[in-house]
Write a protein that binds this ligand. Structure first.
Ligand code: NAD
Ligand code: 2VS
Length: 492
């Protein structure tokens, strides 16, 4: 007799005012590796969301709202140390929800979670004030200085691809600035956010400062949260269309938003590039995290003279990727997050063929055996024979696939790369650094790499233009959203 669902099955609850809270219903979280049940997630209804917002408001008006910067920075560093100490648990949570290789979860997702808290502890500790000694026409003077206050109760809504990294990339500056938050993790990845709430309490974050509500978007916790009158701002990472929906939700109350949205990122490879480095870099920027990174390359423009060499080298990389269990050190690539997302990516595989694509690698579903065929696996794929007029070259797939397209001149390459409504990231591969600087600056994106990809300085501005987002995250740029300046002018 199988054990009853509520006795043996793991329960993933909301975390409100320091306590686990049941939802109005539960939904299943399945393991992307093999489709097995990981646990039941408690979906927050309107009441639970209101409880979370009220708890955050109360905490903001309590000791947390009066805490010094130095004390908040000390707590942030304690959070980072606790993350390091409990890294194995966080890796297990991330790997269970996403199926990504353990090494990737450890070296990227969890390592960056601790780094995010340390980075913003440093930034907030060294942040100065804007101040001016103003000379007046009549010979007197005035002192202008701007203090920065917390925005207030902030809604943090995050996606499933880098769950802990992206949550802490928002949570760290939010807390550093003295805000309180209500987090709505993705329905696909509830585990690490729930565990993080426990870690924050252990590190000394007072109850009510951080609250976690689970659920979906429309007609669920996400929409209840963004429409809630007690929210002072929304920071969101996810699809561009969801960003539009959230803008509509906060519009009646004119609440500020910070958006990190979708992308259709281009790489440009010039014939003078170091070919081995460029091909290895393209393989990483196309297939990392099974192509489920907002910065991933989905369009690769190659100078015609080396097109066949890049095509052959990248196809070989794609074919060599090792799909398998997360704990296997030989595994390089996990599954997509869900069967639903795999169906979306496969629909683009079919569309590409109807648009005339030549498949240079992959193109379908692998047969893995070993009990894995119930998972949401897909072959790393590479297309040629498409151009900027095709939907598969214009729409974000968010999977392990890119289209290779030839070009002849620098001007043509820049025009092709900028021919998109997105504007998140670009990569330029060339050994002529003058050209590297020139081309990188002309890309209509928020982040432009030369001979590298996803090389990060957490103090630099991170974000996109057009459909890719509003605002920037990183270093002092984050405080433009998480704080409200008050300028004080004193006649001297
Ligand atoms: N720019 C970046 O930094 C960045 C980073 C990661 C992912 N992304 C983008 O995110 C997308 C993939 O993530 P996803 O599928 O989770 O995105 P998504 O927009 O479907 O969901 C993201 C989050 O928003 C919630 N949500 C959905 N509809 C909502 C609504 N109407 N109101 C409030 N909340 C709502 C979801 O429950 C989830 O928690 C891709 O487009 C990718 O490019 C962007
Ligand atoms: O999938 C998107 C990745 C976003 C990465 C960051 O926000 C970062 O590295 O700070």
């Amino acid at each position: 007799m199988s054990p009853s669902a509520t006795t043996q099955t793991r329960q993933i609850r909301n975390f409100i005012d320091g306590n686990p809270v049941d939802g109005v219903r539960t939904f299943n979280k399945l393991n992307p590796i093999d489709g097995s049940l990981i646990g039941e997630v408690h979906e927050a209804g309107p009441n639970e969301v209101s409880l979370a917002v009220s708890a955050a408001r109360a905490a903001l008006e309590g000791p947390w709202g009066r805490m010094s910067v130095a004390e908040r920075a000390r707590i942030m560093r304690r959070i980072a140390d606790t993350i390091d100490r409990r890294a194995d648990e966080l890796v297990a949570a991330e790997v269970g929800d996403t199926g990504k290789p353990e090494a990737l979860a450890r070296d990227l997702d969890v390592a960056r979670a601790a780094a995010n808290f340390r980075s913003f502890a440093d930034t907030v500790s060294s942040a100065g004030l804007d101040s001016f000694l103003t000379e007046l026409p009549d010979g007197r003077s005035a002192l202008n200085y701007a203090i920065r206050k917390p925005l207030g109760v902030v809604a943090i809504i995050v996606p499933w691809n880098l769950p802990l990294l992206l949550l802490t990339w928002k949570l760290a500056p939010a807390l550093a600035s003295g805000n309180t938050v209500v987090i709505k993790p993705s329905e696909e990845t509830p585990s690490s956010a729930t565990l993080l709430a426990e870690i924050l309490a252990e590190a000394g974050v007072p109850r009510g400062v951080v609250n976690v509500v689970h659920g979906f978007g429309e007609d669920s916790a996400g929409a209840f949260l963004t429409a809630h009158p007690g929210i002072d701002g929304v920071t969101f990472t996810g699809e561009s269309s969801t960003g539009s929906a959230i803008m509509r939700a906060v519009a009646p109350r004119v609440r500020p938003v910070s958006f990190e949205l979708g992308g259709k990122n281009a790489a440009v490879v010039f014939a003078d590039a170091n070919l081995d480095a460029a091909i290895a870099g393209l393989a990483r920027s196309t297939y990392l995290n099974t192509g489920q990174v907002c910065l991933c390359t989905e369009r690769i423009y190659v100078e015609r003279a080396i097109f066949n060499d890049v095509a052959a080298g990248l196809a070989e990389h794609a074919d060599r990727l090792r799909l398998g269990r997360p704990e296997d050190p030989a595994t390089t690539t996990g599954p997509l997050i869900s069967q639903a997302h795999r169906a979306k990516v496969l629909s683009y595989f079919e569309l590409a063929q109807s648009e005339g694509a030549t498949i240079l690698a992959g193109g379908g579903i692998p047969t893995l055996g070993d009990g894995l065929d119930g998972g949401s696996w897909i072959q790393p794929t590479l297309w040629a024979g498409l151009d900027n007029s095709h939907r598969t070259v214009r729409e974000e797939v968010f999977g392990p696939v890119a289209a290779l397209i030839p070009f002849d001149t620098e001007e043509e390459a820049i025009a092709l790369a900028n021919d998109t409504d997105y504007g998140l990231a670009a990569v330029t591969w060339t050994s002529d650094l003058a050209r590297g600087h020139r081309v990188a600056q002309r890309m209509r994106v928020g982040m432009s790499w030369v001979n590298a990809w996803y090389l990060r300085d957490l103090r630099s501005p991170f974000g996109g233009v057009g459909l890719s987002g509003i605002g920037r995250e990183g270093g002092r740029h984050s405080f433009d959203f998480y704080t409200e300046p008050t300028n004080v002018c004193v006649q001297l």
